[in-house]
Design a protein around this ligand. Structure first.
Ligand SMILES: *[C@@H]1O[C@H](CO)[C@@H](O)[C@H](O)[C@H]1NC(C)=O
Length: 437
């Protein structure tokens, strides 16, 4: 017994030197049955976002079968998360039936500072589909949660702004510190496309065109995300030459100190807009074609001015997930994620996410060969190399989404996932992890 106590004491001492991120409680919620068919429409890495928090409420958006095969409605759920967690409430937008069985045609959601909820959905090189609540429902919290409370209808332009609005793919929303919101999307096609930013004013309720900021040179940028943090807007990307993913190459980065109007390279040197793959100083890492880069993986920024990206490649001969870190003074590093027990990502396998809180970084990584999603924590103190397994979700077949706002605001990690298994059993879920950081 005494020996055991001594052993436990030693063990505890050893643990206290290791990184301290851990999970103190776990709870999950079945949100809905996933839609029928082999195509994933819920839970894709480029959705920005499917799960987000505004004030004391969390919101989730997903497709659910309307009737029969290949007919889906956009659904929107909400629940109170503070001071205590309430039940989910949902409704379907029954005035728009989604039909295209194509994994591009996901839903993105953003909430502007005036409490309006913006949704954009069902695109693969088609005109914009956009709808916005007619009032600030995320602020007023109407007791009725329904399509009529939400109001409005599907629009094909952003009111107040100017196009082009087609052929559009990959809409993303990012709220700014003052409550305005950016919308980012690609116009053009895989292998030949440009990226645009529009800005929503939370004061006027109108959009304006910030402009084209990335331009292809007979190729296109696939961004890891658009992240606003501490007054900076960060974008990182890979470039693809043709519709074939094997032609993805290199890691690029730019930042804007004026919400996308003007841009700088990582060095701090201004670059002219639109940025192209040959703009000087934009390429940070050279990674050749045929390196098994998966486009649109993940990025985030932390409260202490660091930028983090997740991208995989096989440049070492073995496919690995890499953590790209840009320090607050602008120095980049690229380090393979040595997460004990994590499978190397097979070519084109599910993509992950990153989330940051203080000096802690969490990687939410699908382990595709094991049909799991794994959560790993690393710390600045451990040079982000002390990856520690925090949790494993089993029976996964999709790409996780993370609620960055809830983590920032409440210190709770909320993850949206899609299960594996047959239609009728397969669910989309939200997992809540209370953290000790
Ligand atoms: C989720 O759904 C599964 C399958 O229907 C069920 O067994 C499980 O109890 C549900 N879990 C929760 C938390 O509702």
């Amino acid at each position: 017994m005494a020996l055991l106590m001594r052993f436990l004491a030693l063990f505890t001492t050893l643990l206290s030197y290791a990184n301290a991120i851990s999970i103190t409680s776990t709870k999950y919620y079945n949100i809905s049955n996933d839609v029928e068919g082999s195509v994933h429409l819920n839970g894709l890495a480029f959705q920005q976002s499917a799960l987000t928090t505004f004030g004391d409420y969390q919101y989730v958006t997903f497709y659910k079968t309307a009737s029969g095969y290949g007919k889906h409605y956009v659904n929107l759920g909400r629940r109170r998360i503070a001071p205590s967690v309430g039940d989910w409430q949902y409704f379907a937008f029954t005035d728009y039936e989604q039909h295209t069985l194509d994994e591009h045609n996901t839903i993105s959601m953003g909430i502007s500072g005036d409490g309006k909820i913006h949704l954009s959905f069902d695109h693969h090189d088609v005109p914009l589909n956009y709808r916005v609540s007619t009032s600030g429902v995320a602020k007023t919290i109407p007791s009725d949660w329904s399509m009529s409370t939400f109001g409005g209808s599907v629009q094909h332009s952003l009111p107040g702004s100017s196009g082009p609005w087609t052929p559009l793919t990959y809409p993303r929303f990012e709220r700014l510190a003052n409550g305005d919101m950016l919308m980012e999307f690609r116009i053009g096609q895989s292998g030949a496309g440009d990226s645009y930013v529009h800005r929503y004013s939370s004061t006027s309720g109108q959009w304006s065109n910030v402009g084209k900021y990335l331009q292809g040179q007979d190729n296109n940028a696939y961004i890891n995300g658009v992240t606003s943090s501490n007054g900076n807007l960060y974008v990182s990307w890979t470039v693809r030459e043709t519709p074939d993913a094997s032609t993805n190459h290199d890691f690029y980065f730019a930042l804007s100190e004026d919400d996308g109007r003007t841009w700088k390279a990582t060095s701090g040197n201004s670059v002219s807009k639109p940025i192209t793959p040959s703009t000087a100083g934009i390429k940070v890492y050279t990674i050749p074609q045929n390196s098994e880069i998966m486009n649109q993986e993940a990025q985030t920024a932390d409260e202490n001015g660091r930028f983090h990206a997740l991208m995989r490649d096989k440049s070492s001969g073995t496919a690995r997930f890499y953590h790209y870190l840009r320090t607050s003074t602008g120095t980049f590093s690229k380090t393979a994620i040595n997460a004990p027990g994590l499978s190397n990502p097979p070519y084109l396998a599910y993509r992950g996410k990153l989330a940051a809180k203080g000096d802690s970084l969490i990687a939410i990584l699908p382990d595709a060969p094991k049909n799991t999603v794994t959560l790993w924590g690393a710390t600045a103190e451990g040079n982000y190399q002390d990856w520690k397994l925090m949790a494993t979700i089993i029976n996964m077949a999709g790409e996780p989404q993370v609620d960055e706002e809830r983590l920032a605001q409440n210190g709770v990690l909320s993850v949206f996932v899609r299960q594996g298994g047959p239609f009728g059993e397969r669910k989309v879920q939200v997992w809540d992890y209370e953290l000790q950081l």
